[in-house]
Design a protein. Sequence first.
Length: 389
Amino acid sequence: MADMTQNADIASAVAAARDARIIANPAHNPAPFPDDEGSLNSRNMQAAMDEITGWDAYAPTPLVSLSDLAAFCGVKAVYYKDESTRFGLGSFKALGGAYAASQLVAKKIADGFSAADVTVATATDGNHGRSVSWGAQRAGYNAKIYIHEHVSEERAEAMRAYGAEVTRIAGNYEASLAACKADAEANGWDIVSDTSWEGYLDIPRTIMAGYTVMTNEALDQMGDTMPTHAFLPVGVGGLASAVAAPLWQRMGADLCNLISVESTMSSCFLDSIAAGEPTLVDIAEETLMAGLSCGEISALAWDILRTTLTHCVAISDDAVAPLMRWLHQRDQSIEAGECSTSGIAALLQAHAQPDKWREMGFDENAVVLLIGTEGATDRALYEQLIAAE
């Protein structure tokens, strides 16, 4: 096993701790899993599992033991759920948008429409739009995808390859979502967004239920072992909720430590937890971790996470390239996109702050679950980052 203390990429990731923000959640309140009808619950999570596991080419993605990282941090185990191979789309998002759109189209067909009559619109940083576009190709509906000015052309082309019409909007993600909403209302299109807002909850909830397939796979792969800590990458909070809910369902009031991870450039959940209410972040600079670049939290996610999170971490971009390179160069190489490094970065940066490490409950018996959200969804950027020194 390589000595990680001598690894320059790990040293760079640890050094990035100087820019990390870590706060405890004052509203953390252990409680039994509520199983509420209006949230993620046993019924909608099972429905997603039943359908998605029946799709062509379905297979659980790998759960990789990062024993070298565990030894470096002095914990019992670190497990990394590798979503780089999910349905050939390279991201956990394949489980959400395509599933919610398929449910929508099935209802439309039951009402007498054909799939070709249905147009679905969404805003995206890339991976969610790719899932909706792929779903359109599978089910025969029309897809209108809205991207903001910072989304790479390679990611746009990946959506066009599935037949989607892609519209680029000046500004950030929130600007692309506003344009999507306006055009959908004007044209009678159905929105399939992974962001929820007042009066728009059903589809985001269905998307989140799709994501829970990933978490339930991971827990099944862990067998009798349960995590003591889980790091949850946060954009609007849909993925984080989809990791939290199955853990909460299985562990109840003994739920493990849930730690959100965001970019310091778009830390809407950390700021909301600190303020005790949803707080908008006006994003002035885009993070490399495109999937985390969201300035407004999902209402559904807030309801799930506001009392279950134990801590929130916000990280800089400094660890992204070094950790992508480290994962690529390991004996068991892992193709990790930018957002996939977030949990490792947060773990290392907590470890570099002994007081925070103890406060967060880490010790030699800790079992850590990390989510490798994506692979090389932008191949050119991936090659550039793993080559950087």
